[in-house]
Each structure stands twice: as structure tokens, then as C-alpha cells.
Design a protein around this ligand. Structure first.
Ligand code: SF4
Length: 196
């Protein structure tokens, strides 16, 4: 299956209750051959309307931060753990995550990135399978199979809480330094089995 076919197969997905309140499934966007992927939590109001992840104020900030790290949206692929907007932007429920996360894992398998940057606690915990707070994990790389997970703060968190703005920028500086070292996934920092 190609990435496009996977996206098409989810267009009318009714596998969980979030299907009833969405405008459309927000599958993902960007370069299907990207070596860097960014993963957020779930679509918000504007993403649900436009069908594209990170298009609101958090998306604007993300674009600026990407530029600071020498990246652009055309270099990367962006998706969320959850593909449909939860009502009133509430947190996704555990059964919704369980139902939807296999599609994120399929996206990763098809894109084959070298680095997956998780934005916020929720995406990090989904990718690492661990209930650890983002403040302990951010700005470091963890090897998962043949790619690295690089946890970062979520741009929306910095918009809501000004004190997180500088730590978020620091995460992107650390990402740039990590990418500049051209990491090859050969030295496990921490081995985890995501798909098994
Ligand atoms: S959130 Fe995921 S599993 Fe639920 S309806 Fe949307 S695409 Fe399907």
C-alpha cells in the first residue's frame, strides 16, 4: 500500500466515535519521502476545516521554528496521532488512541523517516509507549527500531504558556544540532519495539 492509498482508505473511517463530529479526516501532509517527520496530538478547529495539520496559530509558530532549524514544510511530513478532531478539542480517549494509532505507525512504516519529532506529551507517550513527562524527555533522541524519536514541546503549549516559549525554541536548537551530526540509526540510545 502507498501513503496515498492509506490516506484514501481512511477518508470515510468510522472506526471510532470521533467520526461523528469531524468535518473531515486529517491524514497528514508533506514530503512522502521525508527523512524527518513531526507528529502532533489531534486536529484542532482550523485543521478540521482545512483538512491539513498545523494550520492555525500553532502551525504558524511551527513554520517559524522549522525555519530556525533550517527546515521547511516541504522537507518534512506532518501528521497527528489522532486523525479526527475531538469535540471541543478535548483530550483523545484511550480507546480512540488505540483505534487510530496503527494508522500513524503505518505512515511511519511507509515514509521510513530517520527522525520522528513528537510535539507534546501525548505524541511522545504514544511513540515511546511510556508514561513519562515531556519535561524529562524533551530535546533528546531515543532510538526506536531503525529511527530516532526526538521529543519536543508542542507549539500550542508555548502559545498558551509564555514561559514555555524559550524551552520550545531550545528544543529546535537541539534538533538542529542533532541533525547537523547526521545521525545514523546504528547506535541505540534506547531500543524499543513499536510495531511488534
Ligand atoms: S480518529 Fe482515527 S479511528 Fe477514529 S474515525 Fe478518525 S480516522 Fe478513524
Amino acid at each position: 500500500m502507498t501513503l496515498q492509498e492509506l490516506g484514501h482508505s481512511l477518508k470515510d473511517c468510522q472506526r471510532c466515535r470521533l467520526s461523528s463530529g469531524r468535518t473531515q479526516v486529517v491524514f497528514g501532509t508533506g514530503n512522502p519521502g521525508a527523512s524527518i517527520m513531526f507528529v502532533g496530538e489531534a486536529p484542532g478547529f482550523y485543521e478540521d476545516k482545512q483538512g491539513v495539520p498545523f494550520v492555525g496559530a500553532a502551525g504558524k509558530l511551527l513554520n517559524e521554528l522549522l525555519e530556525s532549524a533550517g527546515l521547511s514544510r516541504t522537507d518534512i511530513y506532518i501528521a497527528n496521532v489522532i486523525k479526527c478532531r475531538p469535540p471541543d478539542n478535548r483530550d483523545p480517549l484511550p480507546d480512540e488512541v488505540e483505534t487510530c494509532k496503527p494508522f500513524l505507525f503505518q505512515q511511519i512504516e511507509l515514509i521510513k523517516p530517520k527522525v520522528v519529532c513528537t510535539l507534546g506529551n501525548f505524541a511522545m507517550q504514544t511513540l515511546l509507549g511510556k508514561k513519562i513527562g515531556i519535561m524529562k524527555m524533551r530535546g533528546q533522541a531515543f532510538q526506536v527500531q531503525d529511527f530516532f524519536v526526538f521529543p519536543m514541546l508542542h507549539p500550542a503549549a508555548a502559545l498558551h504558556q509564555g514561559s514555555l516559549n524559550e524551552p520550545l525554541r531550545e528544543d529546535f536548537r537541539k534538533l538542529k544540532a542533532f541533525l547537523d551530526r547526521q545521525p545514523e540509526p546504528t547506535t541505540p540510545i534506547e531500543q524499543m519495539n513499536l510495531f511488534g
